[in-house]
Design a protein around this ligand. Structure first.
Ligand code: AMP
Ligand code: MG
Length: 417
């Protein structure tokens, strides 16, 4: 058994995990199913978009050379709603009634908006204002040119990308497969919510980690295979780990510490050359393991609920994103002003749970309350993880530190735009 490697930083551990993770193979899926996935191939357009010059207004398609001054009267020779094409070319002194999106007829080169005209007789119209001369035509190909790349390889497919794909008549795309993340919690003290009586009577504690880990995996874009809870028993644990076979990644919680009931750690350390166990230079969440089990990468997280979530955020989420083919794996940090003095208890890099609020145009971070690694409500209130460098055990109010934004969860109370 390899002794624990003491003193690895979270950055080094993240990089070590990511070195062992490869993007999943690709598959072709319908654009509807592609939401949140990453394009494995660039998409070129088979058409110009728009397909023809068309009207940006309801009005009259005219020849600019006919409407040099206000008050010109034109003959209406055609009527072109969206979905129709003009039946004839527009000659001198003529125009066509036209509607938004309809193709500009031959001969015409601009559209006078309806509000600037007066109908004279059934087939005649007067142009009262010439401000639209030369305007209101959406040009063929002004959005997308046939043959051009509309979405690069590596693009994340969101609603707008799905819209672009649909608009160029592309029904399916090649993407990196959506990973399935297997999740397992260990501990004799744990119960799922179907053993509610045991939890309410105080004989067991709820395995909230199954729920937080599954939710975080789904939010990152993965599917979840929840393997439930395993007792602190070596054989039982080995058996249950095998159920992760076929998943892209196994994530476990608990059983990573130094106690004699910490079987996950023992199995991980015995599982082969590529395996590592770290006592990381961070709080919360020091004991983290990484290895391979039956060909499946395995990240072992500590069991304390806050530690589980913070280490999932730092080590598992980027791994999920790499499996999905993302090239940007990390959430951003932002400078924040610290709203209260902070003292840390150990020379470790701290990831403190904070709320962020906008004070005088600046983000201010305040602790969400007691920071114990078992106090999950501190995480439930957090917008961000405030990063306190390991050489800083005392932070004064007003200092600037970096905060890792957990989500775009900062909201304000009134319409800001
Ligand atoms: P461990 O990392 O196994 O030593 O677990 C540390 C502590 O975390 C345990 O005593 C439990 O209180 C808590 N814990 C472990 N696993 C879970 C879980 N799945 N859900 C909620 N709390 C847990
Ligand atoms: Mg345990």
């Amino acid at each position: 058994m390899t002794p624990p490697r003491i003193g690895l930083t979270p950055t080094d551990a993240t990089e070590a995990v990511l070195r062992e993770i490869r993007p999943l193979p690709t598959e072709t899926v319908s654009i509807t199913e592609a939401i949140g996935l990453v394009l494995a191939r660039a998409i070129s357009s088979p058409i110009d978009l728009p397909h023809w010059d068309n009207s940006a207004m309801d009005g009259y398609a005219v020849r600019a050379s006919d409407v040099g001054t206000d008050g010109v009267i034109l003959h209406i020779v055609d009527h072109i709603p969206a979905g129709a094409f003009g039946r004839r070319a527009i000659g001198s002194g003529e125009c066509a009634r036209i509607f938004t999106g309809a193709p500009i007829p031959d001969g015409a080169d601009c559209v006078i908006r309806q509000e600037d005209t007066t109908a004279i007789e059934t087939a005649k119209v007067r142009v009262d204002d010439v401000r639209d001369v030369g305007r209101n035509v959406r040009r063929r190909g002004e959005d997308i040119l046939r043959g051009s790349v509309v979405l690069e390889r590596g693009t994340v497919v969101g609603p707008a990308q799905i819209g672009v794909l649909a608009s160029v008549a592309t029904p399916s795309v090649e993407v990196h497969r959506r990973p399935t993340i297997a999740i397992l919690s260990s501990g004799d003290e744990l119960a799922d919510l179907n053993e509610r009586d045991a939890i309410l009577s105080g004989r067991k504690i709820a395995s909230s980690n199954n729920y937080t880990m599954a939710a975080m995996a789904r939010m990152a874009g993965a599917e979840v295979l929840d393997l439930g809870i395993v007792k602190d028993d070596l054989d039982e644990t080995r058996k249950r780990l095998a159920d992760a076979h076929g998943s892209a990644l196994l994530v476990t919680s608990g059983g990573m510490s130094v106690g004699e009931h910490d079987y996950l750690r023992r199995i991980l350390e015995g599982s082969g050359a590529a395996c590592r166990f770290w006592r990381l230079r961070m709080r919360p969440g020091a004991p983290v393991g990484f290895g391979m089990i039956g060909g499946t990468p395995w990240i072992g997280l500590p069991g304390n609920p806050v530690s589980t979530m913070v280490t999932f955020e730092l080590f598992v989420r980027p791994a999920i994103r790499k499996l999905m083919g993302h090239t940007q794996l990390f959430r951003r940090t932002t400078p924040v002003r610290v709203g209260e003095p902070i003292v840390t208890q150990a020379q470790l890099q701290h990831f403190l749970r904070v709320t962020l609020s906008v004070d005088d145009g600046e983000l201010t971070a305040r602790l969400t309350g007691a920071q114990g690694s078992g106090i999950l409500t501190s995480m439930a209130r957090a917008h961000a993880l405030l990063i306190v460098p390991e050489d800083r055990q005392r932070i004064e109010q007003g200092e600037i530190l970096s905060a890792l934004l957990l989500d775009e969860t900062i909201h304000v109370t009134s319409v800001p735009y």
